[in-house]
Design a protein around this ligand. Structure first.
Ligand code: MLT
Ligand code: MN
Ligand code: ZN
Length: 300
């Protein structure tokens, strides 16, 4: 299988539209050590002709435009994009679905709770239900994306989408069908895509052990970096994301998992790992992580 990183940044992207922090400023000014990144999204294919999106960020239109593999090729109307798999209900996961209107036959693969979010928002009915299928997927049951390429959704610790939160206080971290990880298998390799994850549980660690490739939540370097930088009031934990550094961080959690290729995704504009000349980038790379730019293509 082939996996394309359409976008590597967290919700808001890098630079973020209303952010004037040093990193966003460097990115806006064209600093080669701070290349812009769009909001997280992926395209997966086994045969190179049929493609499946993983998540549909608000940047999807531009992501498709700059990715020749995803361009319309045959006939007057058509698309190599056959389906979309959703790993949650956040804006940066679902809002880009609206770019896929125009009566193109398509399948949206998601769990019942993510479909319930789409169903509750009539704006998504612009994806005409007579051509856009919305099968409900059960956790831990593999389904075929195309011949020889299977996908499995599984629950990871997460919280309710930001716009569905009930108040200012800490939202409970839950393991249900809303925040999920994706396992892709083609007979040759096992690859995981997990853009959001609030904690490494023993179950999750065992699932990931020995995988060929894992794309993992790289939202923040350390839990209170947004507070320290004066960018916001929330910790990573409060946002439902585990952080990279520290004894309970992602780098430490993966230390003994023997994952062959580790790639950070969903990086927030406050995360210094985005900057090629930061000590945090050097530390992540020393721990074996790839910090991708948009457009990276890998074969797990
Ligand atoms: C997140 O990953 O925490 C969300 O994408 C936040 C947001 O929707 O802005
Ligand atoms: Mn997000
Ligand atoms: Zn910024």
């Amino acid at each position: 299988m082939r996996i394309l990183v359409l976008g590597a940044a967290a919700g808001g992207g890098f630079p973020q539209w209303n952010c004037n922090c040093t990193a966003c400023r460097r990115s806006r000014s064209g600093d080669p050590a701070a290349p812009a990144r769009s909001q997280a999204g992926f395209a997966v294919s086994r045969d190179g002709a049929r493609w499946h999106l993983v998540n549909a960020s608000p940047d999807l239109r531009e992501q498709i435009a700059r990715t020749p593999q995803l361009h319309s090729q045959d006939g007057l109307r058509g698309s190599p994009i056959r389906s979309v798999v959703l790993t949650g209900g956040d804006i940066d996961v679902i809002a880009g679905l609206l770019n896929l209107r125009e009566r193109q036959p398509l399948t949206i693969h998601a769990t019942a709770s993510v479909h319930a979010i789409l169903d509750a928002n009539p704006v998504f009915d612009v994806l005409a239900r007579d051509v856009v299928m919305r099968p409900e997927l059960r956790l831990d049951e593999p389904f075929l994306l195309e011949q020889g390429l299977s996908a499995t959704l599984f629950a990871v610790p997460g919280k309710v989408p930001l716009y569905m939160e009930s108040g200012e206080e800490m939202q409970p971290i839950v393991v249900d069908g809303t925040t999920v990880g994706l396992l892709l298998e083609d007979g040759a390799s096992r690859a995981f895509i997990i853009p959001g994850c609030a904690a490494m549980t023993p179950d999750l660690a065992e699932r990931l052990r020995g995988a060929d490739m894992v794309f993992f939540d790289g939202t923040l370097w350390h839990d209170d970096e947004m507070i320290e930088a004066g960018l916001g009031k929330k910790t990573g934990r409060r946002m439902g994301h585990m952080s990279l550094a520290g004894p309970e961080g992602t780098l430490a959690a993966f230390d003994s998992l023997e994952v062959k290729n580790k790639i950070l995704i969903h990086m927030n504009n406050s995360n210094p790992v985005l900057l090629a000349d930061s000590k945090e980038r050097a530390a992540a790379e020393a721990a074996g992580w790839i910090v991708p730019e948009d457009g990276l293509e890998v074969v797990p």
